[in-house]
Design a protein around this ligand. Structure first.
Ligand code: SAM
Length: 305
């Protein structure tokens, strides 16, 4: 018997896993992320971090390396990349070789001390377990002999929001441990991801948030659990906030990603670009504003730090 997190772990990070063998991000890939939509995302994030006094940054799960590239090219920040996927590590090495030569970028295999940690769409790529509230109690979805079914369960460990009949919740596995480990290496953490607050889940996603992406096609629920597919779910920002507060951090900022970009000078950065770059960047900037509607930004800082 396996829970969904065991299955997702294997499908994403196993020997033949999506992130081990198949991952392709961007127009010709399986899914889009903000750095693939427009470099202005990285320029704006970079400016924010510089204004926060950040000189060294660890980017976790940086994918193909475009966000690191855009921060490196627009600021003086030194970037270290901690990446789980061997295929994406190779892509980062190729894209960022020039910065490696000058000593402003390098890959790392363990968490190291840095002024800030940056996570763009990383927590949603963690495995998740699926819980269903039915007949007044919790059940968990498991697989046995190739069939999916429900077994009685204590319910999700980290969900403290309201429940109603039929409510399905996909719980990120390992998020708390992971963040605690990040907290021992920095005083600042900047997170971009799609997710909700606890009280929003039953209203906005009563049937769960498990999704798969292959060549920009979306597969919902258990249909997502296929090989060569990016499997993902929405993260619980209320849980992230609790873990942060327990770890001695405070939420300094929490808002829509688009709002964050606009408040932190995206349009001024655009205006300051030479005309030919404006033309190149404008369509992607529009995508960034229109397509990333469920994305939020959370910025955590150590209390008194
Ligand atoms: C959805 S992709 C996003 C990639 C990139 N941040 C971007 O925005 O294009 C998820 C990324 O998180 C990485 N990842 C997932 N779990 C990780 C972990 N525990 N440690 C480091 N990287 C991880 C994956 O390998 C992948 O690079």
């Amino acid at each position: 018997m396996r829970n969904l997190a065991d299955i997702i772990e294997e499908l994403l990070y196993g020997e033949e896993g999506y992130y081990t063998k198949h991952v392709r991000i961007g127009k010709r890939g399986d899914f889009f992320t903000a750095p693939h939509a427009s470099p202005i995302f990285g320029y704006t994030v970079g400016r924010f971090l510089e204004r926060e006094g950040v000189k060294t940054l660890v980017e976790v799960g940086g994918g193909e390396g475009y966000l690191a590239l855009d921060i490196l090219s627009s600021t003086g920040i030194t970037v270290l990349s901690y990446e789980r996927s061997p295929r994406l590590k190779e892509k980062q090495e190729a894209l960022l070789s020039e910065y490696r030569r000058t000593g402003r970028w390098k890959p790392v295999d363990e968490f190291v001390r840095a002024d800030a940690y940056l996570l763009n769409e990383v927590l949603d790529a963690f495995p998740s377990r699926r819980f269903v509230f039915k007949e007044g109690r919790w059940w968990e979805v498991v697989e046995r002999g190739g069939e999916y079914g429900l077994i009685p369960s204590e319910g999700p460990e980290n969900y403290r929001g309201p429940v109603k009949e039929g409510f399905t919740y996909d719980e990120t596995v390992g998020l708390g441990q992971f963040l605690k480990s990040v907290f021992t290496h920095t005083d600042r953490v900047l997170i971009f991801d799609y997710g909700y607050d606890e009280d929003e889940f039953p209203l906005l996603a009563p049937s769960g948030t498990l999704q798969g992406y292959r060549e920009h096609r979306v597969f919902h629920d258990l249909e997502a659990l296929k090989p060569a597919t990016d499997i993902t779910h929405f993260i619980n920002f209320s849980h992230v906030k609790r873990v942060a507060e327990e770890g001695g951090f405070e939420v300094v900022l929490y808002m829509d990603q688009t709002n964050f970009l606009l408040k932190n000078g995206m349009l001024d950065i655009f205006e300051d670009l030479p005309d030919e770059r404006k033309e190149e960047i404008a369509p992607g900037m529009k995508t960034l504003i229109l397509l990333f509607r469920n994305h939020r930004t959370m910025y955590l800082r150590r209390r008194g730090g």
